[in-house]
Design a protein. Structure first.
Length: 313
């Protein structure tokens, strides 16, 4: 495919893997890059020494482009910009914070910068800061969210009508059909999160993958809408159901203290399993290469079919 996203990122397909804490490491990200998309290495775990090592592993596992995310709310290192620049990557996404904080320094070092936005106001602020593009994230997606969430079906065309930078759509992205819908609404690329958590190359415990496969479309909860701290969308478990009905007065963040027991130990009640509503459409664990190949093939088939059925002669 040839559009602004593939040209800016240097990839074959405009499909980006979400930068999920502890999960978006070399094993998963290299599989995405090798399959023609763009793998992203996370920093939201705050473990920058481990992140540095993972970036080194990326260079052993792939010769294709990849990027790094700076999750501003979770990375307190004042030298994070220098850290990212020193890794030699050319693409970075910034999220969970003010786009003005790092954009100028990153772009000054020659990096392409996209900022993750959950609202039109945030998008316009990012454009004013000088970003090269946007990741527009709908409220149906998993992870940390704006407490006033907006579905991608509303948010994406709204932002696309107000800006002229390339947009990557995030939230509910799973396959070629959702990719075609996102492109119809103004995107030029998509970001997959929950689909990648459940992929064969994802490092998370099989229990988490099985929970995604078993989930119905109603099996996520939206937590902490009224604070303090960020809101988030997660899989419905006994723990998150209790938290939905009786929110912790000091917010949900301390529940991530045992995150690794869930992520890699498989105890689904040990922490919070972040997930989007699209879990309800995932019915199997599949290799990344198959996911990307089938997504592109279905995208092409869907767009061609729409053109034949509804296009003018």
């Amino acid at each position: 495919m040839d559009n602004r996203i593939t040209r800016m990122l240097g990839v074959q397909y405009p499909i980006v893997q979400a930068p999920m804490g502890w999960i978006a490491r070399s094993r998963l990200a290299s599989a995405v890059s090798n399959a023609g998309g763009l793998g992203i290495i996370e920093t939201s775990s705050g473990q920058l020494d481990e992140v540095r090592a993972e970036i080194g592993k990326m260079r052993e596992l792939t010769d294709k482009p990849f990027g790094v995310n700076i999750a501003q709310a979770f990375v307190r290192d004042p030298d994070i910009v220098r850290f990212v620049i020193d890794q030699g990557v050319k693409f970075v996404t910034t999220s969970a914070g003010d786009p003005r904080k790092y954009c100028e320094a990153l772009k000054g070092a020659g990096l392409t910068v996209f900022h993750v936005v959950p609202s039109l106001q945030a998008a316009l602020k990012a454009i004013e800061a000088g970003v090269d593009g946007l990741v527009v994230e709908g409220g149906e997606g998993g992870g940390f969210k704006n407490p006033r969430e907006v579905a991608l079906m509303v948010l994406l065309p709204l932002i696309a009508s107000k800006v002229d930078v390339p947009i990557i759509a995030a939230g509910g992205m799973l396959d070629g059909r959702t990719m075609a819908a996102a492109f119809a609404l103004g995107a030029e690329g998509i970001q997959m999160g929950t689909r990648m958590v459940s992929a064969a190359e994802s490092p998370v415990h099989q229990n988490w993958k099985d929970a995604i496969v078993a989930a119905a479309e109603t099996d996520t909860v939206f937590l902490n809408r009224f604070g303090p701290g960020p809101a988030l969308r997660a899989l419905r478990t006994e723990k998150t159901t209790r938290m939905e009905k009786d929110p912790p007065p000091d917010g949900p963040m301390k529940e991530f203290g045992n995150a690794l027991d869930l992520y890699f130990g498989g105890d689904m009640e040990a922490s919070i399993a972040l997930s989007g509503q699209v879990a309800g459409r995932i019915d199997s664990v599949r290799p990344v290469a198959d996911i990307l190949r089938d997504t592109i093939e279905e995208f092409e088939a869907v767009t061609a079919d729409l053109g034949q059925r509804y296009g003018r002669a």
